[in-house]
Ligand binder design. Structure first.
Ligand SMILES: [Zn+2]
Length: 261
């Protein structure tokens, strides 16, 4: 069983130098953790100067019958999904696919959550970054991190959940999408919605030289400095506009990116 001390020692070895970080985690990969997600969060907030995590709420999404072209979806096919859409509420739990650590952070004493109806972020001691988010610039809190020598932390997960790569895609000029969210009063149009991340792990070799890694329990923690990471991803997409797309047969968002270049 892993303890708070185990996480503290592992994070110490990564030499994060008390800088801010965006984290992504699959805690079940570590095996049993004494105290669960709260233990991991306690260790994280001690070792970074501000912690950010996605607190996305995909169940607010609603789809029109018609909309902009090349938008990575087939209009009219989402009627069943629309019936299950739930209006965004500020206290809505983080989508279960994002994991328990983000939901625990959202509820952590002193934590703040932004109000984007699909792509909200939760943060601790990071209000300045969180407040930069707008409906037009959903990844602005990530934009804040390189100016403050921030890190990307991957706890038992790979780059397919590394949200910051989406920000680099935008920097490289990659096609973005429009989605819509249900709120208690109206439907809100949300531009700047990212593409598919299933092909992101292909960036791993390019980041090897800057990645710090420690093994822990049955899993690992990786720390990647976000500024060079964004530069590496942006350069790779500019060199090859099809880089980091997935190879699935019917991926509507990757297909839309292909037809946009
Ligand atoms: Zn894809």
């Amino acid at each position: 069983m892993l303890t708070l001390e185990d996480f503290n020692l592992a994070l110490e070895s990564l030499e994060l130098e008390n800088k801010p970080a965006i984290a992504h985690a699959s805690l079940k990969t570590f095996g049993t953790i004494q105290g669960g997600a709260e233990t991991v969060l306690k260790a994280l907030v001690e070792h970074v100067n501000g912690l950010l995590m996605p607190a996305f709420t995909y169940k607010t999404m609603i789809f029109p019958e018609v909309g902009p072209p090349n938008n990575g979806l087939t209009y009219g096919k989402q009627r069943d999904l629309n019936l299950m859409a739930q209006p965004f509420r500020y206290n809505m739990p983080v989508d279960s696919t994002i994991g328990t650590l983000a939901e625990t952070l959202r509820q952590y004493p002193g934590a703040m959550r932004t109000a984007h109806p699909i792509l909200s972020f939760a943060g601790h001691n990071l209000d300045e970054a969180l407040m930069t988010q707008t409906i037009y610039n959903p990844f602005a809190p990530i934009r804040w991190l390189p100016d403050h020598d921030g890190w990307v932390l991957l706890l038992g997960v790979n780059h397919t959940v590394n949200t910051s790569i989406h920000y680099a895609e935008k920097l490289a000029g990659r096609h973005q999408f429009v989605r819509w969210a249900l709120t208690p009063n109206r439907v809100i149009e949300c531009p700047g919605f990212p593409g598919c991340s299933d092909g992101f792990e292909a960036i791993r070799p390019d980041l090897k030289a800057v990645t710090h890694r420690v093994e822990l329990g049955d899993s690992f923690i990786e720390a990647i400095p976000i500024d060079p990471m964004l530069q590496v991803v942006e350069a790779r997409i500019k060199k090859n506009p099809l880089a980091l797309l997935c190879q699935r047969d019917e991926c509507e968002r990757c297909d839309a990116v292909r037809s946009s270049v």
